[in-house]
Design a protein around this ligand. Sequence first.
Ligand SMILES: Cc1ncc(COP(=O)(O)O)c(C=O)c1O
Length: 446
Amino acid sequence: MTPSPLSSLAQRSLKTVWHPCTQMQHHDQGVPLLAIKRAQGAWLYDTDGHRYLDAISSWWVNLFGHSHPHLVKAITDQAQQLDHIMLCGLTHEPVVQLSEQLTALSNHHLGHAFYASDGASAVEIALKLSLHYWRNQGQEHKHRFVSIEQAYHGETLGALAVTDVPLFRENYGSQLSKQYTAASPDLRQAASAEEQTQITEKALQSLEQILDSHQDIAAVILEPLVQCAAGMKMHSPDYLRGVRALCDHYQVHLILDEIAVGCGRTGTFFACEQAGIWPDLLCLSKGITGGALPLSVVLSTSALYHGFYDPDLRRGFLHSHSYTGNPLACRAALASLQLFQQYPVYELQRKLGQQIDEGLQALALRSPKMQHLRRTGVIWAFDLDIGQPRYDHLSFARRFYRSALQYGLMLRPIGNTVYLMPGYLWTEAEAQHLLDGLGHLLKEYA
Ligand SMILES: Cc1ncc(COP(=O)(O)O)c(C=O)c1O
């Protein structure tokens, strides 16, 4: 079942394509580079005719399967009518409709939508909006941010400054502005409800201590419910309620980065709905177009928006990207929102969830190396006790990726954390394929 690690297309790719998040030399040392010819539903098909279940939704973007006909038709229709125009001085139906619908989904708490094309740009926009708002208020001393231990918010210099992943930061440290880091509310170590409460309270105390001792803070930024790139660390909605209260008390903005956890991934459209709170700024990307086209959006409260509404050009938010509000991407996002109406998405998620829960629990009973099995919505994760010094965590992830391909699975662990992010429309048979493959892998890595 394993493809030849380097098919001819992969070999051509390695000559001219510089792949993301990759030490290119590893592909010369046996890490496969799959050359994908097409993708349909939950499956990726390579140029040699093998198929792989996309168990991580292609970096968490693909909600309804690949090339869903409704999305394909919407994009094709839109391409025939209006492909692209700039959004400065011009507007169009898809961007207006999308903004109206996102506002409605936030129960009108977040009334204004600013667009870009990727997650990191959305984070940059949210950070800049917060800084500029305080400056417009005559409080330019508020210019730093607080993020959470092991936070991941993207890789541009501004987003990296609030990202706490040494591997991604260390080569660029001299260019990263100083920010504050609060304790993570990660519940993995909690063995009881009481310990969960203690971890949550300790994390809130850490944040309060920072807010209380520094007057220069503009905003707190965090991923609600699941710190995904940190290794799917999950926390309690109580933590989010506590953070909201602290931000109100200390008069700093709350920026929620829902780039990975938004668009239904946690079982509600916005993750923050589960805590009954709203942020001042909310970032969405990844799943917003159902995984079909690049788009990101920052939703803002009216209060924040009105901090910029002024005759003076310089008090306006002058940020722009050439493709801001691209009509094709907005139309794909509208079609994706329609799919939330056409399918009983959360009911399907519950059924899929039950099957995967039962399957993983059975595997955990047989696999003592599986630790901290956890789930939020349609995100599952467990850590594998891989023992030292046989592998370091990073080489484990590459080996596991290669092994998973043998069982027709596309899985990419983060360190020693194996995680699953299935599509919302997966069939029972697809879920079973995943569980069977995991069963083999766990035996192999026992
Ligand atoms: C929470 C979070 N924020 C920001 C980003 C950056 O998004 P992008 O890769 O589209 O720049 C990611 C990407 O994984 C993410 O998970």
